[in-house]
Ligand binder design. Structure first.
Ligand code: GTP
Ligand code: MG
Length: 194
């Protein structure tokens, strides 16, 4: 995919601020700090477009990026960050479910899993929800550069076993590993949109 333009459009904190121009959307989902913003930057080859940080829970709003004036990348807040209040954690579920259920233009959900760990309970819940609700999705195992080849292949096996209905692609935003394969799936999802 040749990225000719990529721009941050807006942060939406509530329903009224969601974008509604019928362009297709790709949503990035995963626990906080798993590397959602970094994956977006890596795919776009733009270093600081989506804000990354070492502080988990950094992305609190739904952030829209318009790519090639054609489709959106949607950076959703991370879940499962223990230090936020219980009500904020409950809000995540409500907001995400509302978002994921209501968007007809959502052509692909990209679920991120840390390649170093087994999927968490919340990862599995989200994956089941996506399957059950027939949402087109794929999984990306992030931070693949942090593991050696043997460890990585072992972890991928475990992740594929846990997310048995999902395509799983290993990716590193440090080395660019997996970038082309993730793009292939995104492109094919966008091209299926009427
Ligand atoms: N080595 C390595 N570090 C990564 C990779 N991807 C992300 N990181 C690091 O992991 C941390 C979190 O990355 P973010 O992209 O901000 O994660 P996020 O999922 O957007 O986090 P929230 O917005 O807080 O939910 C940062 O310090 C990144 O530099 C990767 O592929 N390799
Ligand atoms: Mg982020």
């Amino acid at each position: 995919m040749k990225v000719t333009s990529a721009e941050f459009v807006k942060s939406a904190f509530t329903h009224e601020h969601w974008i509604d121009d019928r362009r297709p959307e790709i949503a990035f989902l995963g626990r906080s700090n798993v590397g959602k913003s970094s994956l977006i930057n890596s795919l776009l080859l733009r270093k600081g477009l989506a804000r990354t940080s070492n502080t988990p829970g950094r992305t609190q709003s739904i952030n829209y990026f318009l790519i090639n004036e054609d489709f959106y990348f949607v950076d959703l807040p991370g879940y499962g960050y223990a230090k936020v209040s219980k009500s904020m954690r409950a809000d995540w579920g409500v907001m995400a479910e509302e978002y994921l259920s209501e968007r007809d233009q959502l052509v692909l959900c990209v679920q991120l899993i840390d390649s170093r760990h087994e999927p968490t309970r919340l990862d599995l819940q989200l994956n089941e929800w996506l399957n059950f609700n027939g949402k087109p999705h794929m999984a990306v195992a992030t931070k693949a550069d942090k593991l050696g080849a043997n460890q990585l292949s072992k972890q991928l096996k475990a992740i594929r076993l846990a997310l048995k209905f999902s395509e799983v692609i290993a990716h590193s935003s440090e080395t660019g590993k997996g970038r082309d394969d993730v793009w292939k799936s995104i492109q094919s999802a966008v091209s299926r949109y009427p």
